[in-house]
Design a protein around this ligand. Structure first.
Ligand code: ADP
Ligand code: NI
Length: 196
């Protein structure tokens, strides 16, 4: 099967899985991450096919979305095998998506995995990152901000979002991260100005 057909099969596979997903990992998140990953992959001379495949698939075995991460990996392996990816391609994809998640604090070993980790983290920054954080906080019924308690969404900026810029692996991602980081700082400045 040629690479284009494999990628469209992967896209269809992911679409079917994520059609009802609204917790911040919806299809548009996957589209944005894939788009960003392809841009970075071009600039970094990485393997475009693997970067795109990893980007589409990066959330399909996430413990927040599936009951068993192990079972999800077995299902994914079977699928990738059925569309005739090579054993080494399947290994690289599985290794990357197992390590990408921020909460695990791990690093993919390949350039393509690192690129998708960068793209995924970029999507948690900037205007969209801010929107995703408040969407998540709302879904968890958190305060947007609280003067005494720490369990509010503004706190998430200090716990995670403002740290992302310094975790980028590639120079291309660092450039995009600069702009998004600055925008989040401006957002916080304005937020406190209005709050006070
Ligand atoms: P990943 O699956 O990429 O490791 P998460 O599932 O932790 O990332 O986050 C998905 C989105 O939800 C991100 O935009 C992230 O900033 C947001 N998010 C995660 N935890 C919180 C939180 N405690 N408060 C607000 N937003 C959060
Ligand atoms: Ni993601």
């Amino acid at each position: 099967m040629d690479k284009h057909k494999q990628l469209s099969a992967i896209r269809e596979y992911v679409k079917a899985l994520f059609i009802n997903e609204r917790t911040g990992h919806d299809l548009y998140h996957l589209q944005r991450v894939t788009h960003t990953a392809k841009l970075i992959a071009c600039e970094e001379d990485a393997n475009l096919f693997l970067s795109e495949a990893i980007a589409w698939l990066h959330d399909t075995t996430d413990h927040k979305l599936v009951e068993s991460e192990e079972q999800a990996k077995i299902t994914l392996r079977k699928f990738l095998d059925s569309i005739l990816l090579s054993e080494s391609e399947i290994e690289e994809i599985l290794e990357a998506i197992t390590t990408i998640s921020f909460s695990k604090e791990e690093e993919p070993s390949t350039l393509e995995g690192k690129i998708v980790q960068d793209a995924d983290r970029l999507d948690a920054m900037g205007a969209i990152g801010i929107a995703r954080a408040f969407t998540y906080g709302g879904a968890k019924k958190r305060f947007m901000y609280h003067e005494e308690e720490k369990d509010h969404t503004i706190q998430h900026f200090y716990d995670k979002l403002l740290k992302l810029k310094s975790t980028m692996h590639t120079a291309s991602a660092r450039t995009i991260a600069e702009e998004r980081h600055l925008f989040m700082q401006q957002f916080l400045d304005q937020f406190y100005k209005e709050w006070n």
